[in-house]
Design a protein around this ligand. Structure first.
Ligand code: FES
Length: 397
């Protein structure tokens, strides 16, 4: 799965197909956004994938019927949007069935894909099944860099063809470019490619450092100058495109390593987002698997129990768990102390403040990473690619 964005997907704007039952539990938010990570299998090997490093040792995938049950329970609890993701969700042979069931239940349905394995016929079949939205991710605007990062010689041509087919069959065209130090200087070419493809929405998202991206951070984090330049160029294009009345929307996402305040990750822990991983483990966010917390599995519990009663989902709700400086901070209701996964990855304790915050006593970890970016010399070939072999090696170590 692409490791991008603000870690707070936008659930609000899409229409829902019918009104769900809303249970009367005012103290806890509803799981409005269900991320269905259908599989960790993937034909590509992006070195910034957000999947866990040890994905190769994870258990058996949920069956079609088990996913039907998850979707029905989530919908009953108020879920309105579903994202089918992975790995690469297209490797699941039952994807059209899952989409049809999600639509029947009234979800707004999103497919988050690399486009590898997609065909025009599948695009038509998914439309008939009720798919609302397809997001295709690119690795770069340049064929060679794209294919090198993806680990496939055919990836770029296939993505272009599928992006055109998505548009032709009446879906909104949503493209996602993960930017990092090896491609961010080509942001003008990326935007021009998106305009040529008649994209409706383009997410220019500097990669966020979870999973494989965290492992490869030194080789991926852009410098401050690279970032400032990319944002300036994006703004210049926005102005130019607005003068031409061009409908494309460019969304530029800064990595939080260059912020002084943390993001309100996931809109708060267990507050809006519910991820179900391929083997049925339920998480408050897709990065949480690495934490030393026993998260519940949908094979053993209902989603109702998981969301409201499980230890894992309650662990960082509210403010009681907070240490200083978050506990007495007047911004805690705005950012919830930042990202729990990032706090855990960087400090070893998920109840610390997210070090992105300049009030954190460990903010130096972020400033050191920025300094490292100034001198980093890693090439694309030196990155650790996300594939079964590397994952098994990591799982063993
Ligand atoms: Fe931010 Fe998990 S990725 S809380």
């Amino acid at each position: 799965m692409q490791n991008t964005g603000s870690n707070s997907p936008e659930p609000g704007s899409a229409p829902v197909h019918e009104q769900p039952y809303i249970p009367p539990t005012p103290a806890v938010g509803l799981p409005l956004w269900l991320l269905a990570e259908l599989t960790y299998r993937c034909p590509l090997q992006c070195p910034y994938c957000s999947n866990p490093l040890d994905f190769a040792k994870q258990g058996q995938e949920l069956s079609t019927e088990q996913w039907f049950k998850v979707m029905a329970e989530a919908r009953q609890m108020g879920a309105a949007q579903i994202g089918f993701s992975g790995g690469e969700p297209l490797v699941r042979q039952d994807l059209a069935e899952l989409i049809a069931e999600a639509r029947r239940l009234g979800f707004y349905t999103n497919l988050i894909t690399s486009g590898i394995g997609l065909t025009e016929q599948k695009i038509i079949d998914f439309k008939e099944a009720g798919l609302d939205h397809i997001q295709i991710s690119f690795q770069a605007s340049d064929e060679q860099v794209n294919n090198m990062l993806a680990g496939s010689k055919k990836a770029f041509a296939q993505k272009l063809e599928m992006a055109r087919a998505v548009k032709k069959h009446g879906y909104p065209m949503v493209l996602n470019f993960v930017t990092h130090r090896h491609n961010i200087d080509k942001i003008d070419k990326i935007i021009e490619l998106c305009v040529a493809l008649e994209a409706d929405f383009v997410e220019l998202a500097t990669c966020q450092f979870y999973g494989w991206a965290h492992l490869n951070r030194v080789g991926l984090l852009p410098t401050q100058d690279q970032l400032v330049r990319a944002e300036r160029i994006t703004n210049e294009y926005r102005e130019k495109l607005a003068v031409d009345n061009h409908p494309v929307k460019l969304i530029f996402v800064t990595p939080d390593y260059y912020e002084e305040r943390p993001k309100a990750c996931m809109n708060g822990w267990g507050n809006l987002f519910l991820t179900v991983t391929p083997d049925g483990t339920a998480l408050p966010c897709h990065g949480a698997r690495q934490m030393p917390i026993q998260f519940p599995n949908v094979r053993d519990h209902t989603l109702q129990h998981i969301w409201y009663d499980s230890f894992g989902f309650n662990r960082f709700r509210g403010y009681e768990w907070m240490k200083e400086p978050c506990r007495s901070c007047d911004e805690k209701e705005k950012d919830f102390g930042g990202c729990r996964c990032q706090a855990f990855m960087l400090t070893g304790d998920a109840s610390n403040a997210d070090p992105v915050c300049s009030k954190s006593p460990q903010h130096n970890l972020i400033t050191q990473a920025r300094d490292e970016a100034e001198y980093a010399s890693q090439t694309i070939e030196q990155l650790a690619f996300r594939n079964e072999r590397n994952s098994r090696l990591i799982a063993k170590s």
